[in-house]
Design a binder for this molecule. Structure first.
Ligand code: GRF
Length: 215
């Protein structure tokens, strides 16, 4: 079954992943509508990208709230009032709480620039370089209560080259991020993604139908 999913994108930075989503919608490869882009950072580049695409923007500055739960309550209200069904954390540099996750169970998706469970948290590309890995990449996963620990939906790999620095590796991974994130969102739009309890007790994602070779 295919439908247009209503996205709420949370972003703190430049917003190239948001741009990839907007571009995929514009070219017809993603059956979605971005209802709102929310940032906790007033000058975030993601806000300018949203405005340029005619998408509503909202700044919810976390510094105005007593704690993470209060901040997330404001975010949930903003998302609900706009009919958002799926939330995308696209470079959102805040840990989300049960307030958000409980309001949108298995409906909060994050993109992380590493092949999880390796290198969670910040500076994942630098962590990968310091460990001397030969293959790096990105992961799209459902968000749970931990930092980058939720059920993995899809991953894409890139080689690490001999003369890579953090900037060059980051750029190579970003190219893959921009393919993978819209692809996963389209699977969700097609209602092909579910989270099952596995025998090991850890939730596992099942994607029905064909996956692209790289995912
Ligand atoms: C991406 O590398 C994403 O994986 C990470 O934050 C970065 C955001 O980049 N979570 P952008 O703002 O989408 O350009």
């Amino acid at each position: 079954m295919e439908r247009v999913i209503v996205l709420g994108v949370l972003a703190s930075g430049g917003g190239t992943n948001l741009q990839a989503i907007l571009d995929a919608i514009a070219t017809g490869s993603l059956d979605a509508r971005v209802a709102v882009v929310i940032s906790n950072v007033p000058g975030a580049g993601a806000l300018a990208r949203a405005k340029a695409a005619g998408v509503e923007t909202l700044v919810i500055d976390h510094k105005r709230f007593a704690d993470r739960g209060a901040f997330d309550t404001a975010v949930v209200e903003a998302l609900r009032s706009r009919g958002v069904g799926v939330i995308v954390l696209a470079g959102f540099m805040r840990v989300v709480t049960e307030v958000l996750l409980g309001a949108f169970p298995s409906r909060v998706v994050n993109i992380h620039p590493a092949l999880l469970p390796a290198f969670p948290g910040v500076h994942a590309q630098g962590q990968a370089l310091r460990h001397g890995v030969r293959v790096a990449g990105c992961t799209v996963h459902f968000v749970d209560g931990g930092t980058d620990t939720g059920p993995i939906i899809a991953q894409a790999a890139v080689p690490v080259l001999e003369d890579d620095d953090e900037a060059s590796l980051t750029a190579r991974i970003l190219v893959k991020e921009h393919e993978l994130l819209p692809q996963v969102l389209q699977w969700i739009a097609e209602d092909r993604v579910s989270v099952d309890a596995s025998e090991a007790g850890r939730p596992r994602v099942r994607v029905r139908g064909p996956r692209a070779e790289r995912c």
